[in-house]
Design a protein around this ligand. Structure first.
Ligand code: AMP
Length: 549
């Protein structure tokens, strides 16, 4: 007979009893906020009571539209512990996606940061968000925005009792939800059960993954709206580690100051963040001596970043994952017999996406559906399965058909596997663009550009970029005699009506014809081959304006 179910609550129960004085620190718009696990646990129970009073029941969804801070962290346990589902929403998405996501998930309560309230209000149109019964602003007052009914977090949680009887939740109960916009079409919702989140948490703490200990000070720079900040806040709580939340849009100077002041030992984020920090550290006196590990994921960790951190005595832990996988799947830790390998060999292994995390299985299939050899040369699509990998999307039967083979998730990543078992991504099956760790839909941009009367055809491709890893460039075909300068300006203006600034292509290239595949589709592969390494980007614009905000 199995014992009590695999749920998140025991992690907090343990942290509260064994580490009541360990701190949870946050940089917020109101200044620094500090509490202990003891105080934190009480606030999560007050929050559960407040949500219950607001009518939230087991199985309901509660949305958050927030940066990384302590109150957002309170929802991480406060919501799942009552059997409800925490749905984190990416505030960097175009309004139309936000609207779709809230409506698809039918969130009943929505928590929003003061600095994001206006953005949420712009996505919130008459008759939209029909399911939302209460907006809660993360602070102690309410800004002047058209979200109704609205209350501030401190009044909402306020005088509620700090004792809360956790219902008898099963491991199969949904606890979390996050949408992914990776492939074309509408964002797809991934639901995380208590068991998925529990097993991911336990796996993350092991040395084969991130190796978290109670002596650690953990700071997720990866946003908490991205698959629970890669699960770091749960792993940190489970281990009894101190936690540091960097707040809204942290600049390199903020990250550096928090590392210094709080003694951060493990931090995590996309490559763009670390490129920014390293650049800042070159020009400023930054003490990173407390830092032991930087987890880099979401996009490939550049070798130069791994080397630069290495020179500072900081280990880069390169990880790969997906929203569908809670999210971590591989970690590029060095195997025991590589510890004494030549530096170049170690660097090569760390630059790969890594070894499968214990508990998961994978296979790599070539075009004929055969398993590839583990020789670092043959390649194919990576499929994964395991306790924290989803087997379906919410409400999307057609995507389910395409992306899953029974229990196996088709990742869309094309990989090699070397003799030591290290997986390396060499390509992607879909024509998608990831800029600074955030998806941009090439298909949506193309459709919008082609809606202009002076455009005959348009294809958008991702081209490599030092800081953002990839940036979109539009290849446009026009009728003869079109004034391209005028058209470029018009297209930019038009796109800005529907998309955030960071979605705008950094180059518009006017060409004779878009190459097509045998079936008549745009051949992005040919376009990338022909133009991918040309100087297509307005470099200054990309550096300044591509920041997702
Ligand atoms: P998301 O669901 O938004 O987390 O995106 C998942 C996708 O991001 C993966 O399928 C990969 O294509 C890409 N990705 C994530 N981590 C890495 C990494 N370390 N290196 C390269 N690509 C990555």
């Amino acid at each position: 007979m199995a014992g009590h179910s695999q749920t998140l609550e025991p992690f907090l129960w343990r942290a509260e009893r064994i580490y009541p004085d360990r701190e949870v620190v946050a940089r917020t718009a109101e200044g620094e906020r500090r509490q202990t696990y003891g105080e934190y646990a009480e606030r999560t129970r007050k929050l559960s009571n407040a949500l219950e009073d607001a009518g939230v029941k087991e199985g309901d969804r509660v949305g958050t539209f927030c940066w990384n801070h302590d109150r957002h962290f309170e929802t991480y346990f406060g919501v799942p512990n009552m059997g409800a589902q925490l749905h984190t929403i990416n505030p960097l998405l175009p309004d139309e996606h936000v609207r779709y996501i809230v409506e698809d998930a039918e969130d009943r309560v929505l928590f929003v940061d003061p600095s994001l309230a206006e953005k949420l209000a712009s996505a919130y149109e008459a008759d939209s968000f029909g399911s939302v019964e209460q907006f809660v602003v993360m602070g102690s007052d309410v800004p002047d925005v058209s979200l109704e009914p609205v209350v501030d977090y401190e009044s909402f949680v306020g005088d509620n009792s700090a004792s809360y009887e956790t219902p008898d939740i099963d491991g199969e109960q949904n606890a979390g939800m996050c949408y992914t916009s990776g492939t074309t079409g509408k964002p797809k919702g991934v639901e995380y059960t208590q068991r998925m989140m529990w097993s991911h948490t336990v796996a993350m703490m092991t040395p084969q993954a991130l190796g978290v200990e109670d002596s650690d000070v953990i700071m997720p720079v990866v946003p908490m709206f991205h698959v629970n900040a890669w699960g770091m806040p749960f792993a940190a709580t489970a281990a009894g580690a101190k936690q540091v939340f960097p707040g809204p849009s942290p600049e390199p100077a903020d990250i550096a100051a928090l590392i210094e002041d709080e003694g951060v030992t493990i931090t995590a984020g996309v490559p763009t963040v670390w490129l920014g920090l390293l650049e800042y550290a070159e020009e400023n006196d930054v003490d990173m001596s407390s830092l032991e590990k930087v987890v880099i994921g979401g996009a490939a960790a550049p070798k130069a970043v791994i080397e630069e951190f290495d020179n500072l005595g900081v280990e880069v832990v390169h990880a790969w994952g997906m929203t569908e996988m809670s999210p971590v799947g591989t970690v590029a830790n060095l195997k025991y017999d590589l510890e004494d390998a030549p530096y170049e060999t170690k660097l090569e292994k760390q630059g790969k996406q890594g070894l499968i995390v214990p508990g998961l299985e994978f296979e790599v299939l070539d075009d004929d559906g055969n398993n590839i050899a583990w020789d670092g040369e043959e390649f194919g699509e990576l499929l994964v399965r395991g306790p924290w990998v989803t087997t379906e999307y919410y409400n999307r039967p057609e995507a389910n058909e395409q992306d899953f083979e029974e229990e196996w998730l088709r990742t869309g990543d094309i990989v090699t596997v070397d003799e030591d078992g290290y997986i390396e991504i060499v390509d992607r099956a879909d024509d998608v663009i990831k800029s600074g760790g955030e998806w941009i839909s090439s298909q949506e941009l193309e459709n919008s550009i082609m809606a202009h009367e002076d455009v005959s055809e348009a294809a958008v491709i991702g081209v490599p970029h030092d800081r953002w890893q990839e940036r979109p460039v539009a290849m446009v075909v026009t009728p003869e005699g079109t004034n391209h300068e005028r058209l470029t300006e018009e297209l930019k203006e038009m796109l800005l009506e529907d998309y955030p600034k960071w979605w705008l292509p950094d180059g518009f290239e006017f060409i004779e014809e878009i190459p097509k595949t045998a079936t008549g589709k745009f051949s992005k592969k040919d376009l990338r081959e022909e133009f991918g390494d040309k100087d297509l980007i307005d470099k200054e614009a990309a550096d300044e304006e591509a920041a997702p905000e």
